[in-house]
Design a protein around this ligand. Structure first.
Ligand code: FES
Length: 132
């Protein structure tokens, strides 16, 4: 895993693929994300209910995730209010501030994790209501 601290911000490279697969470990769902866009844009394009779209600028923390595997680069500074050095070391970042450089496996945590869990619970409830 590539670290995303300020010192590790890396420019887009010619070798990076145009699209990568991002797996959301909470649900097993995947989405395709371009290597020149933030992870939150790929997740938003997936159309998944429960993916909170906040400021898209690193200022609200609704998009906190943990990157479990894969390489990524930060293209925007992340507020220390939301992402500490310890968080960065553990791969906890803001999805609006990082771009993927390879296939990623992520965990939605914080507000995004709660929103996805609530969305999944709603889908389960709806599915149960359809049963005779
Ligand atoms: S959407 Fe606000 S910090 Fe990412």
């Amino acid at each position: 895993m590539e670290m995303a601290g300020e010192a590790n911000i890396q420019p887009q490279t010619a070798e990076a693929p145009a699209f990568v697969t991002v797996t959301i470990l909470n649900s097993g769902e995947t989405c395709r994300c371009r290597t020149d866009e933030s992870l939150i844009e790929g997740l938003r394009r997936m159309g998944k209910r429960g993916v909170p779209i906040g400021c898209r600028n690193g200022g609200c923390s609704v998009c906190r995730i943990e990157i479990v595997s894969g390489r990524y680069a930060a293209h925007r500074k992340m507020s220390r209010e939301y992402v500490s050095d310890e968080d960065l070391a553990a791969g906890r970042v803001l999805a609006c501030c990082v771009k993927p450089l390879s296939a990623l496996a992520i965990l939605a945590i914080g507000k995004m994790g709660k929103a996805l869990a609530a969305s999944a619970a709603g889908e389960v409830k709806a599915t149960g209501a359809e049963r005779p």
